[in-house]
Ligand binder design. Structure first.
Ligand code: SER
Length: 318
């Protein structure tokens, strides 16, 4: 990875990954793109272009013009939004990915795109979900993710495009909100804990889902992209997770810092049904063995960091 094009660079992952990549590879070597522009570090700290990933020619020409050797394709709709607009999700998630893969094939680029716990479904084993197992998701987002994993494998096998991917769990971060996912509650809870000392969860008590703190997700992307390809038995996509948690557990750790924090529940049937169709806890042994995945954050140190960072960012912005 020397010169990188990032799509969806203003999203939850992109806004932090772009800055991390600019630190490592140099600002001029990370070309950030998104469907819109904003007043932000990503737009002002290095090259930025407005790019619609469903425009095949525009994606190809942007990658060609900058002479990139890597495409990090992040532009996509998350699960709850995809369920509300399935055709939009199909067109954006699949159309964008195939355009990114074609650009990677024609320009001989390495390609990363995230998969998700959403690539699993109700018939997948819930506990210790294996790397290789049943994938019959019941959401449009999941259908896109499984098709995306297969398409990336196809481009690797048929065209030798160096495709690599991670099945991300819910990603928790304090810089850019996720927006439209099923696991968003695990981000919102920290903001509401600081602002109102109270949170109403739309996911039911006792619903376990895998989660990971954003710094571990960023480290994992770079580690996988730089990994020795001869060690990779799998490619699209590796199970990764740092914790399996349910809402009450997050609340309990928040209460260690904010004892008066109160949580109640108003379950959203759509997002609850999506959450129940996903695994409780992934087996990440292939990621550990094939490229050394090792998350640094658990629920305890992530909660401390989230509360501290959100508190200081809210007080600066007051
Ligand atoms: N965080 C994502 C979502 O909830 C899962 O990959 O849609």
């Amino acid at each position: 990875m020397e010169k990188v094009l990032v799509t969806g660079a203003l999203g939850q992952i992109g806004s932090e990954l772009t800055m991390t990549l600019r630190d490592i590879y140099g600002s001029a070597n990370v070309i950030a793109t998104d469907i819109r522009s904003t007043e932000s570090d990503v737009v002002h700290s290095g090259p930025f272009e407005v790019l619609d990933v469903t425009d095949e020619k525009a994606l190809f020409h942007t990658a060609k013009k900058h002479g990139v050797d890597t495409i990090i394709h992040l532009a996509a709709l998350l699960s709850a939004k995809a369920e509300a607009s399935p055709m939009l999700a199909w067109n954006l998630n699949m159309g964008g990915l195939v355009n990114a893969l074609e650009a990677a094939r024609l320009l001989d680029c390495q390609l990363f795109t995230p998969s998700s716990i959403g690539a699993f479904g109700p018939s997948t084993p819930k506990a210790g979900t294996p790397q290789d197992t049943i994938q019959r998701p019941t959401t449009m987002y999941g259908v896109n993710k499984v098709a995306g994993e297969l398409l990336c494998d196809y481009y690797f096998q048929k065209y030798h495009v160096d495709t690599r991917s991670l099945r991300f769990p819910g990603l928790i971060s304090y810089k850019t909100p996720p927006g439209g996912g099923t696991t968003d509650y695990a981000v919102e809870i920290y903001y509401e804990a600081i602002k109102r000392k109270r949170y109403t969860s739309y996911i039911a008590e006792g619903t376990y889902l895998d989660m990971m703190y954003m710094p571990d997700a960023l480290t994992a992307i770079v580690a996988l992209m730089e990994a020795d390809p001869t060690r990779l038995v799998h490619r699209n996509a590796f199970n990764v997770s740092a914790m399996s948690v349910e809402p009450e557990q997050i609340a309990a750790f928040i209460r260690k810092k904010i004892p008066e924090f109160v949580m109640d529940y108003q379950v959203d049937p759509v997002r609850q049904a999506i959450a129940e169709s996903w695994p409780d806890q992934l087996d990440c042994s292939c990621a550990r063995e094939e490229w050394g995945f090792e998350p640094a954050y658990n629920l305890e140190n992530m909660t401390e960091d989230m509360l501290t960072k959100i508190e200081s960012s809210l007080s600066v912005n007051q």
